[in-house]
Write a new protein. Structure first.
Length: 478
């Protein structure tokens, strides 16, 4: 009974000491933002989604302000995004990486707890005559069955818990990387879907222009055959037909490329009924005021990941400090031993062992000091990486907000240009038919209108793509 109490004490006492132990991890302090306190004031004029600024806490909350289901208003686009989230291989790899790091974290965490196992051994050996009793050889057999505690380090100085904290932060960083990959995937699918919509609109414009040019060519040829028109007008009209035919071929290819890109992102062929037929799919929520605080960036997945890695580097310093102190490990066990198999569990065969061990570094050729220095430099690198991530994010948001303002004015100007050139084409055609001008004026007006219409599609695409970019650079919402 005393041996049983001893074994329980050997297991429970270190566990109690472990739970009450401390670590040598330096106190974590988030570095100040290495950017201005707010974004450019003029960026707020366009009215884009605001990101709720988190409180000055140790860990900012995940982004939930603008779920993509609300941001992207077209039901077909939302269905394509769902397909991509379910089938995209890059996102699948990011998710599997989380599972891998989670398993590694559990492995590291398991070192905090003892490993208890059962071991059975059988040992049989011969004693030669030269050393045997009465000068005779003999055979000795020993059979043992035991329940034991493998060598378990008592984490008095927090070395294992510091490593565990580092692994946990690495796991959290991987989770943020997955969330960032998901946000990037949603934005990429939306951008490609919009590009396909723009290509479809340009293809439709090219076909309409080709039809109009062929109609004009037919009329001019009839006039020339009747002796009214000239060969110059006919050749000019023919050149426009061929140019329109080339545009149709070019945009047909562009549609195919965009379609293939969308299938790749979705991870599966996108059904035809989910493809776009118009270039309006992204909402433009209001609410962004001038002077949006820059600490909204702290919710971005890449910045959260960088901060988790910074915390992990900070925790690693605790492990490097603890390496200067003794390591105490414990091995004990209880069981039964007998020279015969059938006598293993009889009275008088019980055995036990208790083997604590202390290993204290005396001379390590400066490796411990160097290791501590490495961990401190790693933390400085992590700080610089974290600050660089914030500066990059600040520039991305500033660029997107500034571009948003100019795109609104550009869109209005481009739409006015299309209206003006449409009126110019109508007047030029009327003057040609009235015999007041040659056909060259009509050709110039047609080409100018087609280019302006293409420009309008490009501006609308840029406007929609800018909203997608804002969704992404402000941290998304998943």
């Amino acid at each position: 009974m005393n041996r049983k109490l001893f074994l329980r004490a050997s297991l429970l006492l270190p566990a109690a000491l472990l739970l009450g132990g401390c670590t040598m991890i330096p106190k974590y302090e988030r570095p100040p933002l290495p950017v201005a306190d707010s974004f450019h004031a003029e960026a707020g004029a366009a009215g884009v989604v605001p990101a709720a600024a988190p409180a000055a806490a140790e860990a900012p909350p995940a982004a939930k302000d603008v779920p993509w289901q609300e941001f992207f208003t077209d039901a077909r686009l939302r269905s394509v995004i769902d397909l991509a989230l379910a089938n995209n291989r890059d996102l699948r790899v990011a998710t599997l990486n989380i599972e891998r790091v989670a398993a590694l974290y559990r492995i590291q965490r398991s070192e905090l707890f003892p490993t208890i196992g059962v071991q059975a051994t059988g040992d049989k050996y011969r004693i030669p005559e030269s050393i045997g009793k009465d000068g005779k050889a003999s055979t000795v057999s020993v059979y043992t069955v035991g329940l034991g505690l493998a060598s378990w380090e008592l984490d008095f100085f927090g070395r294992i818990r510091s490593l565990n904290a580092r692994s946990f932060e690495q796991y959290l960083a991987t989770e943020e990387a997955r969330r960032g990959a998901q946000t990037s995937l949603v934005a990429a699918v939306a951008g490609t879907w919009l590009r396909l919509a723009a290509d479809e609109e340009n293809l439709r414009l090219s076909r309409e222009t080709l039809a109009a040019q062929q109609s004009s060519y037919g009329l001019i040829r009839s006039s020339r055959d009747a002796g009214i028109g000239s060969d110059v007008d006919l050749r000019q009209a023919q050149s426009q037909v061929e140019a329109a035919r080339a545009n149709v071929a070019a945009f047909t290819g562009a549609v195919g490329v965009s379609r293939n890109a969308l299938d790749l992102l979705a991870g599966t062929p996108v059904p035809a009924d989910l493809l776009p037929d118009r270039l309006v799919a992204v909402t433009d929520p209001k609410g962004l005021s001038a002077g949006l605080p820059s600490d909204v960036l702290l919710r971005r997945p890449d910045i959260l990941a960088a901060e988790h890695l910074l915390r992990g580097a900070n925790a690693n310093i605790g492990a490097a400090r603890a390496a200067f102190f003794p390591r105490i490990s414990l091995t004990d066990g209880i069981g039964t031993s007998s020279p015969d198999l059938d006598g293993l569990f009889k009275a008088g065969t019980s055995v036990w062992s208790f083997a604590p061990q202390i290993l204290s570094p005396l001379f390590a050729s400066g490796s411990l000091i160097a290791n501590l220095k490495v961990s401190e430099v790693d933390r400085q690198i992590a700080v610089a990486t974290y600050e660089k991530a914030i500066q990059t994010a600040f520039a991305e948001v500033n660029d997107a907000l500034t571009l948003r303002t100019t795109l609104v004015a550009q869109k209005e100007a481009q739409e006015a240009l299309v209206e003006a050139l449409d009126a110019t084409l109508f007047l030029s055609d009327a003057r040609y038919k009235a015999g007041l001008d040659g056909y060259l004026g009509v050709l110039v007006a047609q080409q100018a209108l087609f280019n302006a219409q293409r420009g309008a599609v490009g501006v609308r695409l840029a406007e929609q793509a800018n909203l997608v970019e804002l969704y992404k650079v402000l941290g998304g919402g998943v």
